[in-house]
Design a protein around this ligand. Structure first.
Ligand code: EPZ
Length: 436
């Protein structure tokens, strides 16, 4: 397994530019199934593993059936099911994989598709007993090292019709997936209690430029005028916006490790919650707007004395759950006691035990709450990132820690961050990629 070898404690200096947004690009790629044969161009996509997997998945699909081995690697595979169902009238796929940060059910998707007239079964195409895919999974040795994940078959024999559907929980990919499905349905669809993340708005804006009729994206209620099966034929390219989660994570790094670090293409307006917390924590940063660029840049210096601040993750525009792990590393460097309250996922604080191994002092009160005592001196250690964002948090911790660290399982970091080692080296970080 490839690793990063990091010598921490260096003061970072220079400029870094934010890559294209992973979570805006994935639904846009999935939406290519809504277009007649020549899908539009995609620009500024990040060169990351999840984008490669999504492209492989889309190339693997035949009449709405997806390659199970690819689909189970990323949660975003579920994004392609709605467009496939809308285009082919059917789809077959395994329960999506991706970051292990909780149970991550997909009931909202099923309930929305059923409301549009689809039939969902756990039966494999062959029609045998309920479909299960045997996959090797550590910790399932007693089952011969295999763990089975369900395969779903979904059909819309009478076509899809518009509906008035209220989300049980405002799911981001659920909003994107059902919005895309509704684009080809017959008649009007109203989706209520939906997510309001910026990635939903950028998807809707782009689809509207190519012939869709979507209103309300970015608010709690979205209305879609369905096209009755008529595919989109526009050719307006998709331009990935800057990745707000990468931008926020780099800002957190700068606040604790920079001599003087400038982040370009910084989507300030999508990071108000983080910037508010950084200001309260007395982080030292300055935002500069430029005539020549749509997005400002932010320049950060390591704060002389960071103050502990309580953080609660919330749906957008609240404090992003994807920034929770990187922020916890900052909290270990702040003076005082910080409460980290993760309200979105029940399994997204597991990484704190590993931070304690390198010198942090964090009490995990329950699956949703951690108390961080700071400041702590972090020392280099071998860490293995369990998911994209905790993996990056460990990298941030290694850059701050004294001595040498080895970060394993860096595929997880490469899933969400393009050439992150080369980009950090350009800032003076002592980081090497050791191939397996
Ligand atoms: C998206 O995941 C993002 N992924 C996640 O980023 C992000 O953490 C999450 O939204 C929350 O902001 C992509 O956009 C590809 P949800 P998603 O459905 O859509 C529950 C990263 O690192 N829920 O909004 O899967 C769910 O369990 C990733 O880039 C149901 O109960 O998240 C969770 O508690 C990690 N039933 C809550 O909703 C459902 O059918 C929010 O999840 C769907 C979700």
């Amino acid at each position: 397994m490839a690793k990063f070898l990091v010598n921490g404690g260096r003061a970072l200096e220079g400029e870094i530019s934010v890559s294209g947004s992973k979570n805006a690009s994935l639904p846009a790629l999935a939406a290519s199934l809504l277009f007649s044969d020549a899908p539009p161009l995609f620009q500024n996509l990040p060169e990351i593993e999840d984008i490669k997997r999504m492209k492989e998945l889309l190339q693997s699909q035949k009449d709405g059936r997806f390659d199970y081995e690819v689909a189970k690697k990323i949660r975003a595979s579920i994004l392609a099911v709605g467009p496939a169902l809308a285009r082919f009238g059917r789809s077959s796929f395994p329960h999506p994989g991706g970051c292990v940060i909780g149970a991550r059910p997909i009931d909202v998707f099923f309930d929305g598709w059923k409301a549009m007239g689809a039939i969902v079964e756990k039966t494999p195409p062959s029609g045998k007993k309920p479909g299960f895919l045997a996959v090797s999974k550590p910790g399932f040795e007693e089952l011969g090292g295999v763990h089975s994940i369900p395969i779903y078959e979904i059909r819309a024999p009478q076509g899809l019709r518009g509906c008035d559907f209220t989300f049980r929980v405002p799911s981001v990919t659920g909003t994107e997936g059902l919005m895309m499905t509704a684009v080809l349905a017959q008649g009007r669809t109203i989706l209520r209690n939906v997510a309001e993340e910026p990635e939903i708005l950028s998807l809707a804006d782009w689809l509207n430029k190519n012939g869709a009729k979507i209103g309300g994206a970015g608010t709690h209620t979205i209305t879609i005028e369905g096209r009755g099966g008529k595919l989109l034929s526009g050719q307006v390219p998709f331009l990935a916006p800057p990745d707000r989660i990468e931008a926020g994570s780099l800002a957190i790094l700068g606040a604790i490790a920079a001599k003087k670090m400038t982040i370009k293409n910084f989507p300030e307006n999508e990071l108000t919650a983080l910037l508010g917390v950084l200001k309260t924590a007395r982080a030292e940063f300055e935002i500069t707007h430029h005539d020549h660029s749509l997005f400002p840049s932010i320049t950060l210096k390591r704060a002389t004395k960071l103050r502990a601040v309580n953080v609660q993750t919330k749906e957008y525009p609240g404090f992003a759950t994807d920034l929770q792990a990187p922020y916890t590393v900052l909290a270990t460097q702040a003076e005082g006691v910080s409460m980290i309250h993760e309200t979105i996922f029940e399994g997204r604080l597991n990484y704190v035990e590993d931070l304690n191994k390198i010198g942090a002092r964090i009490n995990l009160c329950d699956p949703h709450r951690a108390i961080v005592h700071g400041p702590s001196n972090l020392t280099g250690w071998n860490l293995e990132g369990p998911d994209i964002r905790a993996g990056l948090a460990f990298l941030i911790a290694a850059l701050v820690a004294r001595g040498e660290s080895q970060i394993g399982n860096i595929y997880q970091i490469d899933r969400g961050h393009e050439k992150i080692d080369a980009r950090l080296r350009a800032l003076g970080a002592d980081i090497k990629r050791m191939e397996a």
